[in-house]
Design a protein around this ligand. Structure first.
Ligand SMILES: [Fe+2]
Length: 333
């Protein structure tokens, strides 16, 4: 079903006929029952009018992930300029950016494969609100990405599990056991990537259920950076994690995107997990990711996420703002 977004000009937005015409051209086509939509009629860049930006933002909040085809004109600067229309850009806390910019490389030849379900950067308190991924080189087959809706997953939990999740806190870290998730397949490149990725070991305690600051929905903070639940040992944590995470990963709760070069995906990182399918063998797959700063999650009980380690967040050496935003609050302990 195709629906044309009916966009009212944002308060204070330019009333020029061209701006209204741009917004009116935006169409949003839902591609899954619970998650995913394709946006057309937009040429992404830093010069979009306010009404078009608010239409895109609204579509991301509603559909959790949106896709735009044929954005071949977009280079690193344009990618970042568009990102700034959604908020403040942040670099990855440990992995150096590409060419000193905010873009993070997602290249399958540097150990950067992401074939685990995760929400980006949940090992810091204020993990990104939005991620914007742009496809430069796509393999001849495979290399799709899946997204899952963590608001729908929460909403569909049986009530006893919802109550349990509401009262749980989870410890997230970037220093998790790679060998456990990749038995026998730890290459030299992967070890090097891990060394960089964990150059600062972050530990953050999040509520398992957060209140979304824009939609008010309750969303689950799980994924593969979760090490264990507060107050539970490793064995109980793994068992409970599998129960809760299985509701996120249900096929009905996901959308799968087959990339073409020039595609852009924009997702609400506070309401999704994603998974990069590692099935394109050794073919090149190069994507660039820009992330927009988030805020510190607040649980159902009003308790915020806290950074447990390190004591303070080091600024990266390459000179641009860290993505390890804590919203100014560190652990009180
Ligand atoms: Fe990711």
């Amino acid at each position: 079903m195709t629906s044309t977004t009916d966009v009212a000009p944002a308060p204070g937005a330019a009333q020029a006929p061209t701006a209204q015409a741009d917004a009116a051209a935006v169409t949003v086509e839902k591609i899954g029952g619970r998650i995913g939509a394709v946006i057309s009629g937009v040429r992404l860049g830093g010069d979009l009018d306010a009404a078009t930006v608010s239409a895109i933002r609204a579509a991301v909040l509603e559909h959790k992930v949106v896709f735009l085809r044929d954005q071949h004109h977009l280079d690193a600067a344009g990618h970042e300029a568009f990102g700034r229309l959604l908020g403040e850009l942040v670099a990855h806390p440990t992995v150096p950016s590409v060419d000193g910019r905010y873009a993070l490389g997602i290249d399958n030849d540097h150990g950067g494969r992401a074939n685990q379900w995760h929400t980006d950067v949940t090992f810091v308190p204020a993990y990104p609100a939005f991620s914007i991924l742009r496809a430069e080189v796509i393999p001849p087959y495979g290399g799709n990405t899946l997204w899952a809706n963590t608001a729908a997953a929460y909403a569909e939990l049986p009530e006893p599990l919802r109550l349990l999740a509401d009262n749980l806190r989870g410890l997230h870290t970037n220093d998790y056991d790679y060998a456990a998730v990749r038995p026998g397949a730890v290459s030299a490149e992967l070890l090097q990537h891990r060394e960089v990725f964990t150059s600062v070991a972050f530990r953050t305690e999040h509520p398992v259920v957060r209140l979304h600051p824009e939609t008010g929905e309750r969303t689950l903070i799980l994924g593969n950076f979760l090490q264990r639940f507060a107050g539970l040992d490793g064995r109980d944590s793994r068992a409970l994690f599998n129960v809760l995470q299985s509701h996120v990963e249900r096929p009905e709760n996901t959308v799968r995107w087959q990339w073409r070069a020039g595609d852009v995906a924009i997702w609400d990182n506070r309401a999704t997990q994603h998974y990069g399918v590692d099935d394109s063998d050794d073919h090149e797959r190069t994507l660039r990711r820009v992330t927009v700063d988030g805020d510190v999650p607040i649980g159902v009980d009003g308790r915020r996420s806290v950074l447990l380690a390190p004591q303070s967040v080091p600024e990266p050496e390459y000179g641009i703002a860290s993505g390890a935003s804590t919203d100014g609050r560190l652990a009180e302990a």
